[in-house]
Design a protein. Structure first.
Length: 99
């Protein structure tokens, strides 16, 4: 599914190590989510990575300039749910800019 490690009582992001309660990223109302330049993001937008992101627990790196289409906004610390290379990834909006 996503690049997260599931534990008995929580999940952990493989990108940054952030931990949260399982299912918490899907619950609640999503507030204003803004990209690295302050532009408001919406479900279905296309974005571009503004920083290389190493995926913890793997040798893969998401490269700067990678375009991501059809994002989905979710509540929680990692606001953007998307697919990159067929792999589900949760990202922080501060590493993205609207395309």
């Amino acid at each position: 599914m996503h690049d997260i490690v599931a534990h008995d009582d929580h999940v952990e992001c493989m990108t940054c190590g952030h931990e949260w309660v399982a299912g918490a990223e899907e619950s609640g109302v999503v507030g204003d989510v803004r990209d690295a330049h302050g532009t408001l993001l919406h479900d279905g937008d296309s974005v571009v990575l503004v920083k290389d992101l190493k995926l913890n627990g793997s040798s893969d790196t998401l490269k700067v300039g990678t375009k991501v289409t059809k994002i989905r906004l979710v509540s929680g610390d990692h606001e953007v749910d998307c697919k990159i290379g067929g792999r589900g990834v949760l990202l922080k909006a501060k590493f993205l800019k609207k395309a």
